[in-house]
Design a binder for this molecule. Structure first.
Ligand SMILES: C=C(O[C@@H]1C=C(C(=O)O)C=C[C@H]1O)C(=O)O
Length: 87
């Protein structure tokens, strides 16, 4: 600790490091999820199926809603939208 920083400042800096690590992991997971989702979409289209599966999307949103409430559902919808690209 230097002369001007308090114990709270030190702890905040430490916790911000944890947040930064969480964010980096989340970004990596979102990118991985997008790649997997796009691969599934391509496989379905190549075999003559639809690009989207609304029943599956409802399951995904319900999972986020159950775990995280209304904001979770919104987050799930953002992830789904990311994988859709141009409709
Ligand atoms: C990835 C899939 O395709 C699409 C993308 C989804 C997703 O990103 O979770 C879910 C349903 C589909 O609309 C799938 O069917 O699982």
């Amino acid at each position: 600790m230097n002369a001007t920083s308090t114990p709270a400042d030190e702890r905040i800096a430490e916790l911000r490091g944890e947040i930064d690590a969480c964010d980096a992991e989340l970004i990596r997971l979102v990118q991985r999820r997008l790649a997997v989702s796009q691969e599934i979409g391509q496989l379905r289209r190549d075999s003559g199926g639809t690009r989207l599966s609304l029943a599956r999307e409802q399951q995904v949103i319900a999972r986020f809603q159950d775990a995280l409430g209304a904001d979770g559902a919104a987050l799930g919808m953002m992830l789904l939208r990311q994988g859709r690209g141009r409709l």
